[in-house]
Design a protein around this ligand. Structure first.
Ligand code: HEM
Length: 497
């Protein structure tokens, strides 16, 4: 009897999956949109779980097959899913028609305290928190915070020199150590010593490890807010006690000490002293509690470690493969140190033109994040292809694939920093280059992360030459990751200059 029930249940499930696939295809056909035939019901995340490739590679395959289409429908169990391939449509939905696509494609559970961060929250709540966090990322704030990052970068050099095993192999972890120290100082307040071995680093490394269960929790959060709430799926539950405790402590000490450090701690105190945050348009009010501020800090901290370390790592992989680029960069770095008598400032580092070009080109070839998403929050139409989009549709934006399309970047696999020189810069770059996303919901930490990465890079380049070490016989590829674009089969070696 049990066997029979099982057979009937499996048959019913398979039939439901089949019918969902048929429905998805018909849904997009009715809107004149081509439909990707693999995993017609379960979608790209099923392909991801089945194989050993990153989601960005699956999206890249689909993009290449359908790149002449303005968008392509893909399988999904719940809401309709669409990959938007046309740059004008990308621009439209991230900027022009932002109000119809203001949420992200992921809806975590509101009981998941640390997921109440800018990256995930929606609607008016997002608008209010984004406005209140923006003052932390202005040019003048960055300028005054620069010394924090510069100090961490400066201290990082003797840290490597006195630990020779850090010079070869496991470079990604070594770079995470720098990023964690710089972030720790910027987010949690400066100490006189840069902290290269802190519980925060361990937490960030743990948060960055992708396990099957962690991936599954993310995919559930992307697929259905109902199931996420029903099963109380939490993305960061294990870090709650430690992280909220640490932020509470920082806010308390900062209130007592009355010292201004221009960092996140100061912003928390100012917001709490001001009282309730209010959105005049909707009347929504939010109290800046320790918990909501901890959720912002948790994401800022993690974003400042893994993606930033990935960006620096990928930069050095490419620089190590191109000696002529490395030589020119060394010249620019040496001149900047000479000009500033060893004390680089925010203005000097921001004026290093070649560094900027090389960093941009490395983020084009190997961005730290492979794709990003949006959720349609009201029925609308995409201009190219006149595609009707229903509220509830999940949109994927293929940033890696767009940055590798030969129509926008001739010889896309060739590393050419000159693409980003002032004279050569093609206007199409503004539409298709998006390592930090696009539009009103783009990365709030873009300038912060860029300055942090540059600070680490210049101090390392001042003292070391970098060698790219490729694992013999194996092609550089991507690790199996949901969002990140982490390289595999390659490492770095730092050689004293
Ligand atoms: C090189 C390092 C980084 C990369 C490559 C990166 C990339 C991205 C990307 C692609 C997005 C999605 C944007 C979109 O949907 O349009 C994003 C969002 C975000 N990033 Fe970053 N990021 C980095 C570092 C940081 C840092 C250091 C912080 C904070 C200090 C940060 C804070 C955020 C936040 C809060 C969001 C969500 C913004 C919103 O939804 O309003 N990121 N980032």
């Amino acid at each position: 009897m049990i066997t029979l029930i099982l057979i009937v249940a499996v048959a019913a499930l398979l039939a439901a999956i089949y019918l969902r696939g048929v429905y998805n295809e018909a849904y997009w056909k009715k809107r004149g949109v081509k439909f990707y035939q693999k995993s017609r019901a379960l979608g790209i995340f099923f392909e991801f779980f089945k194989g050993d490739r990153s989601v960005l590679e699956h999206i890249e395959d689909i993009y290449c097959e359908f790149r002449n289409e303005p968008a392509v429908g893909v399988g999904s169990l719940f809401s309709p899913n669409l990959i938007v391939t046309d740059p004008t449509n990308v621009q439209h939905l991230t900027t022009v028609d932002f109000n119809s696509f203001m949420d992200r494609s992921i809806a975590p559970n509101s009981r998941d305290t640390l997921s109440n961060s800018l990256i995930f929250i929606t609607g008016a709540k997002w608008k209010l928190i984004r406005q209140s966090m923006t003052p932390l990322f202005t040019s003048s704030k960055l300028k005054s915070m620069y010394y924090i990052m510069d100090k961490s970068a400066k201290d990082f050099v003797p840290y490597i020199k006195t630990n020779p095993k850090l010079k070869k192999g496991n470079a990604f972890n070594t770079l995470c150590t720098f990023c964690s120290a710089a972030m720790g100082a910027a987010v949690f307040g400066v100490t006189t010593e840069s902290v290269f071995d802190s519980p925060f680093l361990k937490m960030a490394q743990k948060a960055g490890v992708t396990t099957f269960w962690q991936n599954l929790k993310f995919v559930i959060s992307i697929s259905s807010s109902f199931i996420t709430r029903l099963f109380n799926v939490k993305l960061a539950a294990e870090h709650e006690a430690f992280f909220i405790g640490a932020i509470k402590q920082i806010i308390m000490e900062r209130k007592k000490s009355n010292v201004k450090r221009h960092d996140f701690g100061d912003l928390c105190v100012a917001l709490q002293e001001k009282g309730v945050l209010r959105d005049n348009e909707t009347g929504l009010e939010i109290k800046p509690t320790d918990e909501i501020l901890s959720a912002q800090a948790f994401f800022f901290f993690n974003a400042g470690v893994e993606p930033t370390a990935t960006t620096i790592f990928n930069f050095f992989v490419l620089v190590g493969q191109h000696p002529e680029v490395q030589e020119r960069l060394h010249r620019e770095v040496d001149e900047a140190f000479k000009k500033s008598q060893g004390n680089l400032t925010f203005d000097i580092i921001s004026d290093m033109e070649y560094l900027e070009m090389v960093l941009n080109e490395s983020m084009r070839i190997y961005p730290a994040i492979g794709f990003f998403g949006r959720m349609c929050v009201k029925n609308t139409t995409l201009p190219v292809g006149n595609i009707k989009i229903d509220k509830g549709t999940t949109i994927f934006l293929p940033l890696f694939a767009l940055q590798h399309d030969e129509r926008y970047y001739p010889e896309p696999e060739v590393f050419k920093p000159e693409r980003f020189s002032k004279e050569n810069k093609d206007p199409i770059i503004d539409k298709t280059f998006m390592p930090f996303g696009k539009g009103n919901r783009m990365c709030i930490g873009q300038r912060f992360a860029t300055v942090q990465a540059k600070a680490g890079i210049v101090h390392l380049m001042r003292h070391f030459k970098v060698n790219t070490v490729q694992i013999s016989g194996k092609k550089i590829g991507f690790q199996k990751h949901l969002f990140a674009a982490r390289l595999k089969n390659v490492d770095l070696e730092f050689i004293d200059r």
